[in-house]
Design a binder for this molecule. Structure first.
Ligand code: NAD
Length: 469
């Protein structure tokens, strides 16, 4: 398979390449271009030049192209899903329904969100209007867990609001984003959307560049801090940062245990637990604690973990070796820190970054696995008796991305939800990203939001036009 970057509407290749591995087999899937520093400059120059005319296009013109992109994604859905499974590891049906399908759906949804001019005052002597203006060249930097979705979430709000954009995917999962670039070449004018690949240094070159107006990053807290610092240096860039999460779920004693079990399970382990908003700390009331623990462990034993290309596989491998090693360290921390495994907890030998679904109990609140974001198929279940105390424990984290409260009494669940420190709190479900709902973290989970009118607004500068009559 051959892959090229997209710079100024053209395919761009390099002599220098890097290998992309299939995490299920550790075999090389493809070699991708390692952008040179000069190519980064070319992409910035192309996006800057394209902005001069793109910013003057109408929203209708831009929406028409975004809708064409939705059609193109759907027309290439099978090919994109296959690539996604090969590079990311998730099961093929999941790639199709949870990532490729939603990417097209998001394109369509964004065309409905508008940022109309607001009249602030209109008196006999003055008229003041508030306008949203595009910012310039946006850089979108994406992680390896949902590479296609996150690329689309960066591109859409940038171009819908009249900006041009350069996307740099994670070097672990660049293939679907490069393929997206090929589709884009046939739809958008040259320079409006550029895709470049390479190591983290490419990301840094972009975030430091004085001709970039805004950075939108999805990634770890550590990278968020670096990006914010380098983005501030040359020209004080605007940032939207979607960072890590350590989402608590609080399960009250009045739930129907059998009904909620499969949902609690999948909201914890979907995509092999590699979701920023999976359940990562499961707090269960003492009255139902044993029933929930037994049910979760029983479900775990039914799960088929394997190569996502094979039929019947429910969870794929961990995406890369670095993350695999991190997870093995979390597994190894459980018993020395006072916990025990209800299931999993072993590290299989052989090819592929496979780990079993691992559920740990008896851990104290200050255990490493409770305090930190594992980002893999390993979950601590924690017991509580007092509601106010569990709210305190749920909030005892530097992160605040998502959270959920589970109860038959929705009013009580809403009372608890209002006290949780997180950007999204869901009642009787979890992991619900929607185009209409602004999504973002508080505390160190990030700055700003994506999706909805609020997400669009982050890609614009507010401008007041005042008229003296
Ligand atoms: P990461 O921070 O290691 O990498 C993210 C991206 O940043 C990659 O493209 C990487 O090449 C780039 N990068 C790394 N260093 C850089 C630098 N100095 N300058 C510019 N770019 C740089 O994250 P990851 O391991 O790919 O993803 C996992 C993390 O992402 C987890 O913490 C997860 O919670 C988080 N995440 C958050 C969300 C969200 O919406 N909040 C969604 C998915 C993942």
């Amino acid at each position: 398979m051959k892959f090229s970057m997209t710079i100024n509407g053209e395919a761009a290749t390099t002599a220098d390449t890097f290998a992309v591995l299939n995490p299920a087999t550790e075999e090389i899937v493809a070699h991708c271009p390692q952008a040179s520093s000069a190519q980064v400059e070319e992409a910035v120059a192309a996006a800057k030049e394209a902005f001069r005319s793109w910013k003057n296009t109408t929203r209708d013109e831009r929406n028409a192209m975004i809708l064409q992109l939705a059609d193109a994604i759907e027309a290439h859905a099978d090919e994109l899903a296959q690539l996604l499974t090969l590079e990311q590891g998730k099961p093929l049906n999941n790639a199709l329904t949870h990532e490729v399908g939603p990417s097209a759906q998001w394109c369509r949804a964004i065309t409905a969100f508008d940022l109309p001019v607001k009249v602030l005052e209109d008196t006999d002597t003055h008229r003041s209007e508030l306008h949203h203006r595009p910012m310039g060249v946006v850089v979108g930097i994406t992680p390896w867990n949902y590479p296609l979705n996150t690329a689309v979430w960066k591109i859409l709000p940038a171009v819908a609001t009249g900006n041009t954009v350069i996307v740099k995917p994670s070097p672990y999962t660049p293939l679907t984003t490069l393929k997206l670039g090929e589709l884009i070449r046939d739809i958008f004018p040259p320079g409006v959307i550029n895709i470049i690949t390479g190591d983290n240094a490419i990301g840094q070159q972009l975030t430091e560049h004085p001709d970039i107006a805004k950075i939108t990053l999805t990634g770890s807290v550590a990278t968020g801090k670096k990006v914010m610092a380098s983005g501030a240096m040359s020209n004080l860039k605007s940032v939207t940062l979607e960072l890590g999460g350590n989402d608590p779920a609080i399960v009250m004693p009045d739930v129907d245990v059998q009904a909620v079990l499969p949902r609690l399970f999948w909201y914890s382990f979907l995509n092999t637990g590699q979701v920023c908003i999976s359940i990562k700390r499961l707090y269960v009331h003492a009255d139902i604690y044993d029933a929930v623990c037994d049910g979760m462990a029983a479900m775990a034993k039914q799960i088929v973990v394997g190569d996502g290309m094979q039929e019947g596989v429910m969870l794929g491998p961990v995406q890369n070796k670095m993350q695999f090693d991190k997870l093995v360290a979390y597994i190894n921390s459980v018993e020395p820190e006072g916990g025990r495994f209800l299931c999993g907890g072993d590290v299989p030998e052989g090819k592929g970054y496979f780990l079993p679904v691992s559920i740990a109990v008896d851990l104290p609140d200050d255990a490493t696995l409770v305090k930190e974001e594992p980002f893999g198929p390993i979950l601590p279940i924690l017991k509580f008796t007092d509601t106010d105390d569990v709210i305190r424990r749920a909030n005892d984290s530097p992160l605040g991305l998502g959270a959920s409260v589970w109860s038959a009494d929705v009013d009580e669940a809403l009372r608890i939800a209002a006290q949780i420190e997180a950007g999204s709190v869901w009642v009787n479900h979890h992991l619900a990203k929607k185009p209409v709902a602004p999504f973002g973290g508080i505390k160190q989970s990030g700055i700003g939001v994506e999706n909805s009118e609020w997400g669009l607004a982050e890609f614009t500068n507010l401008q007041v036009i005042g008229v003296q009559k």
